[in-house]
Design a protein. Structure first.
Length: 255
DNA sequence: ATGGCGCGCGCAGCGCGA
């Protein structure tokens, strides 16, 4: 089973890239973030023609997440139970016996800002939610744009980014708290090329210069992590015309 | 000095992202 995650930064704009990528990389399930559209505008027809069912938690202009799957999706859940939040950042579903939780973590804007406080509170609620999901589902994958670079090796210039949003210690502690639930960062279970990133700023030719961050992740519960055979970033779509600023990440799981 | 790029919205230029 192949599970992928991709922040498409507007599904309307990126649908051709997504369809091309799915043809070349037929993942069994895909978590999408930053749809920037409501479900009424979701391209169900095009994705069904490509062989994918979809569960959608849409929002106009901002946020919006979906789970695509070759098999029908079951037990769809939207948002974090008990958290009052107008922003559509979470969707969960069961696909092929695996529970998938797909998330778009708040950006946080700047350390010390209101949005940063919202991000840290949101991550604390996420932790509590995932603790419950782990207890209920031995095979659990968490896909998404976490908006946290977990360690300095995930940052092109750790000195430049030291203490900045996406890299600050409270954000990294919140990420570690997810790992302490028992979730594994699939990417770091395997040898990887140095300077492997998933996001590059549109400005300053950041992609060409590989000035990136690794902020998109696939986490797996212990039983699922044991089955993880590979995890990789695919930088190919970032090279296209009008790309998303994020690259997709894929993890493969055996029986 | 303090933007750079790309998106949505909506038709100018701003808020937002990371």
């Amino acid at each position: 089973m192949k599970i992928a995650t991709w922040n498409v930064n507007s599904l309307r704009v990126r649908l051709p890239h997504l369809l091309d990528w799915l043809r070349a990389n037929p993942a069994d399930a895909v978590g999408l973030q930053e749809l920037k559209l409501q479900e009424a505008d979701f391209p169900h027809v095009e994705l069904e023609a490509a062989g994918y069912h979809a569960a959608v938690n849409g929002q106009k202009t901002y946020n919006g997440v979906a789970i695509l799957a070759r098999e029908p999706v079951a037990d769809v859940s939207r948002d974090i139970p008990g958290l009052t939040d107008e922003q559509k950042r979470v969707i969960a579903a069961t696909v092929g016996g695996v529970r998938l939780v797909n998330i778009y973590v708040p950006n946080g804007q700047a350390v010390g800002s209101e949005k940063y406080a919202y991000k840290l509170g949101w991550l604390a609620s996420l932790r509590d939610y995932l603790k419950d999901e782990l207890a209920a589902h031995p095979l659990l994958a968490v896909t998404g744009d976490f908006n946290v670079a977990p360690a300095d090796e995930d940052v092109h210039d750790p000195q430049l980014w030291a203490g900045q949003v996406l890299c600050s210690e409270p954000e990294r502690a919140a990420f570690r708290a997810l790992l302490e639930l028992g979730l594994a960062d699939c990417f770091r279970r395997f040898p990887q090329a140095p300077q492997s990133y998933t996001w590059w700023d549109y400005r300053q030719a950041a992609f060409r210069r590989n000035l990136g961050l690794r902020i998109d992740h696939i986490l797996a519960s212990p039983a699922l992590a044991d089955r993880c055979r590979a995890c990789r970033v695919d930088p190919a779509p970032r090279k296209l015309e009008r790309p998303s600023d994020h690259a997709p990440v894929t993890a493969e799981f055996g029986e």
